[in-house]
Structure formats: structure tokens, C-alpha cells
Design a protein around this ligand. Structure first.
Ligand SMILES: [Mg+2]
Length: 338
């Protein structure tokens, strides 16, 4: 009770007494990528122009056109431009070419934004000068779109799902606890590796289908025994959270995930995992101490009382003292976490 109370104060909701006890034995921490290690929504990360073009011009045209689109990548570009205090202009003749790109007119200038294939098909020139940068950005797992005006490439903008601020620190904390940290994701190998290297993951399982996550947990349980914990946020994580020995849900995630989990991190930050582990260890050592204290009293006093060597009044006092020492010692746990 004291342990889960301390957890609750810190935004770590522990559903069962069992979870607090199994947590300390966890050896493998499996982390979902999107929404758990990363924010789960794309952000504008790069804007690169061809020679002689101002970055503000590139962003003005890109954001003005994308402002007419509802696509998450478009929203990330508009949001990123606003953060850089770019003024967004009126667009006319907006057209969306399926998933491949968008076009329209800004200040009477025709603008085309899309992937390299689309722009090549449309006969845009100057694409070669962007190829090297584009390759590098894609290597890092970013999504790149090229901006062209009047058939001439101006530059490119890249968006990517970005890391949560605390992820690197939290994973370092997991390593300090001696945990083997595994990242599991449906993304392709390249995008997954990019994130894994950045945060310091030990093992990556990429291209895992939602239903494959449960099998991945089972396989790890075969390798490491029943000491596998999993952190996730989405509906597709729920079965794996149930299968794991300790299921941990990110608070901002799906209700189903929270329902399936033993522990919920209300603040939505991975650092809660490290705190929960410390809490579980401290709580368990208190339980052991209490057991020693309480049985100590009984082992010493019961034979004496049975032999008639102990006044009943002292027996009453000893019984009460044993209960009080258990409660008092438990409450001392709070001191360790202030
Ligand atoms: Mg997720």
C-alpha cells in the first residue's frame, strides 16, 4: 500500500500488489517505438535549398501550399514554418495528386511539392543537386519532399517523428539497472535503426506486425524467462502488454492499452519506468524486513509465553509492538522517495 501510494504521487499507477513484486525481477524491457520512445507525430526537421535560394522563400511556398492540405506531413510543414515565423500566403488552384504531391499557385507563381518521382515526371530540373542531401536524410529515417516552382527545384523539406525529450535519459537509466532494452516496431529496418542508434537500444525488432508483438514477447520469455516487461501506448500493443510479465501503458495512450497494463505512467514519460523499478525494489526489501521483524517477535515470544515465562500483559505489548514496527518501517519507505 505504501509503495503504490508513493507511485501514485509520482504519476505511476500500479494496479496490483503482484506487479510491484514482479517488477523488481524484470530483466528485459521491451519498448514500442511510435508514441512511446517518440512523440508519435511528425515535425519539420530540415529545410535545404539549392544554391541562391533563401530558406524563407522555400518555407513560405511550401507552407502556403501545404496549408491547404490535411495530411499529417503537410500539417507538420505548416506548423514548423509558423514556429520559424514564416508568413503563410494565399493559395489558388490547389490540387492534390493523390499521395504523391500537391500543387497550387502562390503570388501567381506555380508551385509543385512532392516526391522525387513525381517531380521527375513533371519535368522539374535541378533535382540532381538535392540527391545527396536527400539520401542522407532518408538514411536517418526522415520523409523528404521536394519543392519546385516554375519547373525548377528550389529545395527540400524533411519531416520526422521526433524523440520525446526524456527518452535518451530514461533508456540510460534502464541500462544502469542492468536491463536489456529491446525496441519493437512495425516500421522498416532503416527508420527503426535510426531511432534505436539515437537512443541507445540494445536490440531492434523491426517490421513487426501488430499481431506479431505478442509472439515477440513470447520469444523473449523463452530466452530470458518470465522477466519481460513491455511499454506501449497503442491499441495494437494491448495483447503484448497482457502477455508481458509486467505490462506498462503510457498514460496518453489508448484506453485499451491502459486496460491491459499492470502499470500506467500517467505523465506519459519513459522515465517513469526507471522510477517504478526503483520503487518495486525498495518496496520488496521493505516486505522482507517486515517479515523478519514480525516473525522475530513471534519466534522469541511464543515459546516464552508457552512456557509460562512471559506475563500476558507483556505478550499484548509485544504483539502490538510487532504490528507497529511493521507499519512504521513501511512508512519509512516514503523517506527514501522524497
Ligand atoms: Mg505506439
Amino acid at each position: 500500500m505504501v509503495g503504490s501510494g508513493i507511485g501514485a504521487e509520482r504519476g505511476i499507477l500500479i494496479r496490483s500488489g503482484e506487479a510491484i513484486q514482479t517488477f523488481k525481477d524484470v530483466k528485459v524491457m521491451v519498448l514500442d517505438k511510435t508514441g512511446t520512445i517518440t512523440r508519435g507525430e511528425p515535425k519539420l526537421t530540415d529545410a535545404v535549398t539549392v544554391e541562391g535560394v533563401e530558406e524563407s522563400r522555400l518555407l513560405t511556398l511550401a507552407a502556403s501550399i501545404e496549408n491547404a492540405s490535411e495530411h499529417p506531413i503537410a500539417r507538420a510543414i505548416v506548423e514548423g514554418a509558423r514556429e520559424r515565423e514564416i508568413k503563410i500566403k494565399e493559395v489558388s488552384d490547389f490540387r492534390s495528386t493523390g499521395a504523391r504531391g500537391v500543387s497550387g499557385k502562390v503570388d501567381g507563381e506555380s508551385v509543385l511539392i512532392g516526391n522525387r518521382r513525381l517531380l521527375e515526371e513533371e519535368g522539374v530540373t535541378g533535382l540532381e543537386s538535392l540527391d545527396k542531401t536527400m539520401g542522407e536524410l532518408e538514411e536517418k529515417g526522415r520523409t523528404v519532399v521536394i519543392v519546385a516552382t516554375e519547373g525548377q527545384a528550389l529545395g527540400l523539406v524533411a519531416v520526422a517523428d521526433t524523440l520525446k525529450e526524456e527518452s535518451v535519459e530514461a533508456i540510460r537509466g534502464m541500462h544502469k539497472l542492468g536491463l536489456h532494452v529491446v525496441m519493437i516496431t512495425g516500421d522498416n529496418e532503416r527508420a527503426a535503426r535510426a531511432v534505436a542508434t539515437e537512443v541507445g537500444i540494445d536490440e531492434v525488432q523491426a517490421g513487426v506486425l501488430p499481431e506479431g508483438k505478442v509472439d515477440a514477447i513470447r520469444e523473449l520469455q523463452k530466452r530470458y524467462g518470465d522477466h519481460v516487461a513491455m511499454v506501449g501506448d497503442g491499441i495494437n500493443d494491448a495483447p503484448a502488454l497482457k502477455q508481458a510479465n509486467v505490462g506498462i501503458a503510457i498514460g496518453a495512450g489508448a484506453d485499451v492499452a491502459i486496460e491491459a497494463a499492470d502499470v500506467t505512467l500517467v505523465r506519459g514519460e519513459l522515465s517513469g519506468v526507471v522510477e517504478a523499478m526503483h520503487l518495486s525494489q525498495a518496496t520488496f526489501s521493505k516486505i522482507v524486513q517486515n517479515l523478519i521483524w514480525a516473525s522475530g517477535y513471534n519466534i522469541a515470544a511464543i515459546p516464552l509465553a508457552a512456557a509460562g515465562l512471559l506475563h500476558p500483559m507483556i505478550g499484548v505489548i509485544a504483539m502490538t509492538a510487532s504490528s507497529l514496527s511493521v507499519i512504521g518501517n513501511s512508512l519509512l519507505l516514503k523517506r527514501q522517495f522524497t
